[in-house]
Design a protein around this ligand. Structure first.
Ligand SMILES: [Fe+2]
Length: 906
């Protein structure tokens, strides 16, 4: 279709570079003009590059052979404004700051090209790009925000601008927010939000496509090559050097979790590779770092952890309090906390000492600089004393100081607390273990019919309770039992496997009726297990309290490693890597998912650095200890299924809902007042309707989905590489119909938004008062093969036994700091339905659908508020009950216990 000359962008580039070479190297007489900050620079515009665009001749304009008649199109002036932010000087270029100032003054800092979306109708060739140097016309020294202006001499018949290309001729990076073109037909905005490296570091011009979405098959010819080239760059196909990725690079690739251990530092910090046949796991972002000296299967952990440049947090003003900053600050904060504790293993001596964390605070060493690092933690009253660490009382404590002790609250939190993902219907009786009895002992549970019937006080028989779906369970038995003996061998650690049975009352509340704790046999001892029930005398009440403490610690560990880290943070990463490698930035599905991917790779990299790493906060404070990632790999391998990540499917799989086409959301809940499910299903439906409208607009028939090679490659890569350890599973949905695509995208969007919000932003509210959710236990039950001394202590000072069971002061304080920070919304958080993407606004049908989505979310807010004051909904309203607000879409910044961001960003 095109002649050789017209399709060669290489030729065009050379030609442009050549034509620019002279003015670029000539110093301007205006170099001494200062740049004024905070207002428009008062400078004359330098001569732009008018007339440098080539005008090609069509065959029809040719005279005799070799005698081409040139016909110049009429030109119009088109202004363009670039909003940007000054980036940092890259390593090795710090000497060049002065040169950048000169470039800004002379107006040769950014070279901008406009690329036509259409071919020339006369020549059927690509149109030449129109180019200009952007000149900085405004700069705010405080925020480092800046504005550049271009004036293009554009041929009148240039048509739609399909893309822009930018070359950064500074010596520093620049963060380009967007470019607005003032075209005769109206303004057009190119949304960029991207770091652009200096030409000296990355000579390739950066491509940004217009907000118009194109499927691969409908892409205008002049953009096809750019589309392909950009994807090749993101896949690293054009990378010449090998080894570690540099900070400015934008390469998306896969690797296993082989960088959480650190054998070079200490043999104790060696960890198995997570990902692969022995430890199945989702893939993480490749960094290309060198291997460890001691263990070549492990990656060296020195230096910053690479993420593709645009995955890093943007430099927006006010975002010093980002996940990155938070996680980076944690290790030094912990060191300070540890330094004031004489014995890091010591327990809190009494409950008053725990409450003092909120009422009095902890004195830290002077001049630690803690305040600026974690301002959130310091109460206003303590602002004058930067040596005092004082926690805000979490909402649970504020609403009711004693609720954490009660059984009704223990049960309520399984439906409306921080981990509403584990309660399940009991479908088989008697309860039996599926583990090998030869290794783990008698598989039969000691929770008998008699025990249950006695506890439900003859309301119904176990048979009837099973038939009427009245028995529920937290089942941490078969998953934990294989870990019990090895965790007990770790320093200061205790573990049981557990089963907790709940009875569903007529008012939709749950009541715990029995807890079974089990220890498997070891070389010296047979299996030990015992059932505990709510006590009606002092001793049994204390034993019940201690048993509950073990169970909530199991739930806290499972929540952090599975419901939160694995199922949201970790499982999202392959979708993001695959999307950037296979879906063009102009692909409609990329643009639909883009806000759901924001900052996830960045926060995950920081988590590998200081949360889930060997010796990090998870290992040192949660009961799985050094087996934390192995446990989460176990669950991924045995239980994780993409199709069950959809909320309705998840509820059905746990027996908490049944399909019912007459029910409002297509499912009927087994427990009618299940706050997470009730709010979640409304959010799920809103997401699904929005995604359905969107998908059907861009894919009016299924054939377009099947023939969309980018979409098919994306999904294939998710299944076969990103989640490659599960590639042979039969449950992976295919992408053949609109419903398939709607299901896949809604599931991903839900996991990133609703699922993550439900398990993330209540962490401090529920876990900040750690007796409610201890992250580990440290001593055994006083009735498990007790010594005389242990029994005496239990009978004489049961409170002391409970305090010794809890995490140590050091563990508890560190977890409180971490949960506080992780529950906090950054000032630049983007919530569902708050700001539409530029491409959604520019397509009227999509924008109308988005507005409907936004309306449904606003309606959801109202419904949630209404539900939270309806005292007949006992699981979310009542005396001292914490309202269920975790799925309210919008929030203020800070620790609010509400707000559903688009993406996993903290
Ligand atoms: Fe999170």
């Amino acid at each position: 279709m095109f002649c050789k000359e017209s399709t060669s962008s290489g030729l065009q580039t050379l030609s442009i570079a050549k034509s620019l070479s002279s003015p670029f190297h000539k110093p301007s007489p205006r170099i001494n003009v200062p740049i004024w900050t905070g207002r428009r620079d008062k400078m004359c515009r330098r001569q732009n590059l008018s007339g440098r665009c080539k005008v090609r001749a069509s065959q029809s304009n040719s005279g005799k052979k070799g005698d081409i008649v040139k016909e110049k199109a009429k030109k119009i002036k088109v202004k363009g404004f670039i909003k940007a932010q000054e980036g940092t000087l890259l390593e090795g270029l710090r000497w060049s700051r002065g040169l950048d100032d000169i470039a800004d003054i002379t107006g040769r800092s950014l070279l901008v090209e406009l690329i036509a979306a259409e071919t020339d109708t006369r020549t059927l060739m690509e149109k030449d790009p129109v180019e200009d140097y952007a000149q900085r016309v405004w700069f705010d020294g405080d925020s480092a925000e800046e504005k550049y202006e271009c004036v293009f001499d554009m041929p009148e018949d240039f048509g739609t601008v399909g893309a822009i290309r930018i070359q950064n001729q500074h010596h520093r990076e620049i963060f380009i927010t967007d470019m607005e073109l003032e075209l005769p037909s109206g303004n057009v905005t190119f949304s960029c939000h991207s770091w652009v490296a200096p030409k000296s570091v990355d000579p390739a011009k950066r491509i940004f496509f217009s907000s118009k979405c194109y499927l691969p098959s409908t892409t205008p010819e002049p953009l096809k090559k750019l589309r392909k080239e950009e994807l090749e760059t993101l896949r690293g196909q054009n990378r010449e050097k090998v080894g570690e990725f540099a900070k400015h690079e934008r390469i998306y690739d896969y690797d296993v979790y082989n960088d959480v251990g650190n054998p070079d530092k200490d043999d104790e910090l060696a960890r198995p590779v997570i990902g692969g046949p022995s430890h199945p796991y989702p893939r993480r972002c490749k960094t290309g770092r060198k291997r460890s000296k001691k263990d070549p299967s492990t990656e060296n952990r020195e230096g910053e952890f690479y993420v593709p440049r645009d995955e890093e947090f943007s430099p927006t003003k006010g975002t010093a309090f980002t996940g990155k900053a938070v996680l980076a600050a944690l290790p030094s904060v912990f060191t300070q906390i540890e330094s004031i504790m004489l014995d890091p293993k010591s327990p809190f001596p009494h409950f008053k000492a725990i409450e003092d964390l909120f009422d009095v605070g902890i004195n830290l060493p002077k001049d630690t600089g803690l305040l600026p690092m974690i301002p959130k933690l310091i109460k206003v009253v303590a602002e004058a004393q930067d040596d005092l660490l004082q926690f805000d009382p979490p909402v649970l404590l504020n609403r009711d100081r004693f609720s954490w002790i009660r059984d009704d609250e223990f049960a309520r939190q399984t439906l409306a607390g921080l981990n509403p993902y584990c309660i399940q219907l009991v479908t088989e009786w008697p309860l039996t273990s599926k583990l090998d009895p030869a290794v783990y002992g008698d598989p039969n549970s000691l929770i008998t019919w008699d025990i249950v019937e006695k506890e439900i006080r003859g309301v119904m028989s176990v048979d009837e309770a099973l038939k009427n779906k009245r028995l529920f369970m937290l089942d941490y038995h078969d998953l934990l039992l294989p870990y019990v003996n090895k965790v007990r061998e770790l320093d200061d650690s205790m573990l049981y496997a557990s089963r907790t049975i709940f009875f569903l009352s007529d008012d939709s509340t749950l009541r715990p009726v029995a807890i079974e704790l089990t220890r498997p046999p070891d070389v010296n001892r047979p299996q030990w297990k015992q059932v505990f029930t709510p006590g009606y005398n002092a001793t049994s009440a204390w034993l019940w309290k201690l048993a509950k403490t073990h169970v909530v610690s199991h739930d806290a560990g499972y929540h952090q490693l599975i419901s939160h880290w694995l199922r949201t943070h970790c499982c999202m990463e392959p979708y993001i890597i695959a999307a950037n490698r296979q879906l063009s930035a102009m692909h409609p599905i990329y643009r639909l998912l883009f806000p759901h991917f924001r900052y996830t790779m960045e926060i995950n990299a920081r988590a590998r650095q200081s949360l889930v790493n060997a010796g990090g906060i998870i290992e040192t404070s949660f009961w799985p200890g050094k087996y934390s990632l192995e446990l989460s790999s176990d669950v991924y391998g045995k239980l994780w299924r993409f199709d069950k990540e959809a909320l309705p499917a998840d509820l059905i799989s746990r027996g908490l809902a049944v399909e019912d086409e007459n029910a409002e959301h297509g499912v009927r809940l087994t427990i009618p007042d299940y706050p997470f499910a009730n709010d979640g299903l409304m959010l799920w439906d809103a997401l699904k309707e929005w995604i359905t409208d969107y998908v059907k607009h861009y894919y009016p028939d299924a054939g377009l989905i099947v023939s969309d090679e980018e979409l098919q490659e994306w999904w294939s890569e998710v299944k076969n590489i990103g989640h490659g350890d599960k590639k042979d599973e039969p449950w992976w949905p295919e992408l053949k119909t609109q419903d398939d695509l709607i299901g896949v995208v809604t599931t991903i969007a839900w996991v990133a938004s609703g699922h993550h919000a439900a398990v993330n932003f209540g962490q401090y509210g529920y876990g900040g008062y750690f007796p409610n959710r201890p992250t580990t236990t440290r001593i055994k039950m006083p009735v498990e093969e007790p010594t005389e001394e242990e029994l005496t202590e239990f009978y004489e000072e049961p409170e002391k036994v409970l305090l010794k069971t809890f995490p140590s002061r050091k563990q508890a304080t560190q977890v409180m700091v971490t949960l506080d920070l992780l529950s906090t919304h950054s000032p630049d958080e983007e919530y569902l339905g708050e700001e539409p993407e530029a491409s959604w606004i520019d397509e009227p049908v999509i924008f109308a659908a988005y507005e409907r989505f936004k309306g449904r979310l606003q309606y959801l807010e109202g419904v949630i508020d209404e539900r939270n004051v309806n005292v007949s909904l006992k699981n979310r309203a009542g005396a001292g009950v914490v309202k269920y607000e975790l799925l309210k879409p919008i929030s203020e910044p800070g620790l609010t216990g509400m707000g559903v961001p688009y993406s996993v960003s903290i």
